[in-house]
Design a protein around this ligand. Structure first.
Ligand SMILES: Cc1cc2nc3c(=O)[nH]c(=O)nc-3n(C[C@H](O)[C@H](O)[C@H](O)COP(=O)(O)OP(=O)(O)OC[C@H]3O[C@@H](n4cnc5c(N)ncnc54)[C@H](O)[C@@H]3O)c2cc1C
Length: 439
């Protein structure tokens, strides 16, 4: 039965905006977006890395010409020792480019959100700001959402794209699931221009592992540089992981000050031109932000089966609202974009009469996405361990190993491309061609 027309999207971040564009473009639906914040604050944040699997989807969303001028094409990562020497240089893009046509982009979150908003204009998709959800009523044949200003809206489908602290999840789909603190937090800033910057160094990520965390820099479009210092930070005393926002809000200023002071100690131990450059970057930073890193436990519900007779569930979680992983795999946005393409493809099958209910669509979405999310979650957990406290001896061994590998590879004329894995080659649309074994 085809009864889809209007789709309510809660959340105007990367997932919500991309979903709106795709559903208008490919499924000819009428999305309407409701965002909690106002247009100025809804896009804030640092800089994001998007690997080939996500970049390919931005291209399919027809956003290429908008995204490209506001992003940077990254080719390699350079690892520095604390003494300032180069330990390894890894090509992170050329093989993916060769095999998919797409490399690795970095873009400021505010610019990504701006580009996606521009993309919604082509389809005249309305975005309503300052909208706080107070209730969701899924009646099996339609769903109604009510907001704190007394207004409400009804549609045949509601997508909860409202991030890791999702109200749609807490209020309706799975109130029992709460974000878990990873034990790692970061401070970061975007600096407008740095005197000491090598003018040829516009396409590399740089990092250093220290016994007390990881320091890294990335170029942004224009002359900006993004830096972050990611380290182990225990939960503030008297806070539980579940307190999430309020707990950290109370302690944020103290944690920020502690991280800055520990960064200053770490910087004293990083030498050479690299150390000098880092100190200059940090000194030039005006707004330094503190982010505790959370993830959602795997296995939570993404939709609530309908108990209405002959009804079908009408509410689905997507992006971070469904499956936020720690940011250490750099795949959050790409996973969200994959969700969007997969849902759109499954809805197209439903529109063509291949599935009979939205419940079937949601069930298939769930089965196809879980293994991928589990895999990226493992990568993020593994990468997160690099930020934990470790002994100077362990850092020293890792530095020597990297240094030897670099020189062996140089001797044999090879570039290190060890970070290329199937994750960035993954094409979510290929899933649509698989037979549904469990359905
Ligand atoms: C420090 C850090 C670094 C990261 N680095 C990377 C990276 O390099 N690469 C990468 O791919 N990913 C990265 N991520 C993850 C990435 O930011 C997320 O995966 C991505 O933003 C998810 O998009 P989303 O739209 O699902 O959620 P969000 O970006 O959280 O957007 C949710 C939107 O919903 C709105 N909202 C919230 N509640 C409500 C409500 N009740 N009603 C209406 N609207 C609501 C919010 O205001 C927001 O606009 C990082 C995350 C962090 C914290």
């Amino acid at each position: 039965m085809y009864d889809l027309q209007k789709v309510i999207i809660i959340g105007g971040g990367p997932t919500g905006l991309a979903a709106a564009i795709r559903l208008a473009q490919h499924n000819k639906l009428n999305p309407v977006i409701y965002e909690l914040r106002n247009p100025e604050t809804a896009g804030i944040g640092g800089s994001l890395g998007i690997p080939a699997n996500g970049v390919r989807i931005l291209h399919r969303l027809d956003l290429w010409n908008i995204i490209l001028p506001r992003s940077v094409d990254i080719t390699k990562t350079v690892l520095h020792s604390t003494s300032g020497s180069v330990l390894s240089e890894v090509d992170i893009a050329s093989e993916a480019k060769q095999r998919t046509g797409f490399g690795y982009l970095r873009i400021n979150r505010v610019d990504l959100v701006e580009c996606l908003r521009e993309g919604t204009q082509k389809y005249q998709i309305p975005i309503h700001y300052d909208k706080k959800v107070t209730s969701i009523d899924d009646r099996g044949d339609s769903v109604t959402v009510t907001f704190s200003d007394g207004t409400s809206d009804t549609a045949s489908l509601l997508l909860g794209c409202d991030g890791i602290h999702s109200a749609v999840r807490k209020m309706h789909v799975d109130p029992g699931v709460a974000p878990v603190y990873s034990g790692i937090s970061a401070i970061s800033s975007i600096v407008d221009d740095v005197i000491n910057r090598d003018p040829n160094d516009t396409d590399c990520l740089h990092s250093t592992i220290t016994p007390h965390g990881m320091l890294a820099t990335a170029p942004c479009a224009g002359k900006q540089i993004f830096w972050f210092f990611s380290k182990e930070v225990p939960l503030p005393k008297g806070t539980s992981s579940a307190d999430v926002r309020d707990g950290w809000l109370l302690h944020r200023q103290k944690e920020l000050a502690d991280c800055r002071s520990s960064l200053s100690n770490v910087l004293d131990c990083v030498h050479g031109q690299w150390g000098e450059y880092l100190r200059q970057l940090v000194d030039a930073s005006r707004d330094v932000h503190f982010y505790p890193h959370y993830r959602l436990p795997l296995g939570g519900r993404w939709f609530l089966p309908s108990d209405a007779p002959q009804g079908s569930p009408r509410v689905l979680l997507m992006g971070d609202a469904a499956h936020a992983v720690q940011p250490h795999a750099g795949q959050g946005v790409a996973l969200a974009l994959e969700d969007v393409l997969l849902l759109s493809g499954l809805l197209a099958q439903y529109q063509a009469g291949d599935c009979t209910t939205l419940g079937e669509v949601f069930g298939r979405f769930d089965r196809l996405r879980r293994p991928r999310i589990q895999r990226i979650n493992e990568v993020a957990l593994r990468n997160g361990r690099m930020r934990r406290n470790q002994s100077p001896w362990s850092v020293w061994c890792k530095e020597w190993y990297m240094w030897i590998m670099l020189h062996v590879n140089r001797f044999w004329g090879m570039s290190m491309s060890g970070v290329l894995n199937g994750d960035v080659l993954y094409d979510v649309e290929a899933e649509l061609k698989q037979p549904d074994r469990d359905g």
